[in-house]
Design a protein around this ligand. Structure first.
Ligand SMILES: *[C@@H]1O[C@H](CO)[C@@H](O)[C@H](O)[C@H]1NC(C)=O
Ligand SMILES: *[C@@H]1O[C@H](CO)[C@@H](O)[C@H](O)[C@H]1NC(C)=O
Ligand SMILES: *[C@@H]1O[C@H](CO)[C@@H](O)[C@H](O)[C@H]1NC(C)=O
Length: 121
């Protein structure tokens, strides 16, 4: 009885380890050229990695810059982003997972729309 219990615990521990293990390599999808509008909502999607995740908006597209905006503690993809970047700008989004892995989109262009309500001053 005791022995069986030990086996059962060993199995559940192994299963728990398998579940906790990081899954695939972290990647993030680049939204299509016509999907992004100033103050428009868009689902940013990523895959793999291990949560929680942090999403950053980079305007110069450089890893060393101070992000324009940061959304942290995201449990899972997607994140519905209110595109608070002014039209005509190019941005890059990065996602970082709980292990520190990083993935970047290609440069994305923000299209015009007559709505400035979400822009930062
Ligand atoms: C402008 O964008 C905001 C979100 O950023 C939205 O709540 C609002 O409905 C939009 N206004 C118009 C007129 O589309
Ligand atoms: C984002 O995805 C959710 C489902 O995960 C959906 O309900 C929502 O309508 C989507 N929003 C946009 C802006 O596509
Ligand atoms: C954004 O990129 C486009 C080309 O893809 C370029 O024409 C435009 O000048 C860029 N905008 C800024 C603000 O750098």
């Amino acid at each position: 009885m005791k022995f069986q219990h030990a086996i059962a615990s060993a199995i559940s521990l192994a299963v728990a380890r398998a579940w906790a293990a990081p899954t695939d390599t972290l990647t993030i999808d680049t939204p299509s050229r016509l999907a992004l509008f100033q103050c428009g909502l868009i689902n940013i999607t990523w895959h793999g990695g291990q949560g929680p995740y942090t999403l950053s908006v980079l305007l110069a597209g450089s890893a060393s810059e101070t992000p324009y905006d940061v959304y942290s503690n995201l449990r899972a993809s997607p994140y519905t982003w209110n595109t608070n970047v002014q039209d005509g700008n190019n941005a890059t989004l990065s996602v970082k997972d709980n292990t520190g892995a990083l993935a970047y989109t290609s440069s994305i262009f923000v299209n015009g729309q007559d709505n400035m309500s979400c822009l930062k001053n």
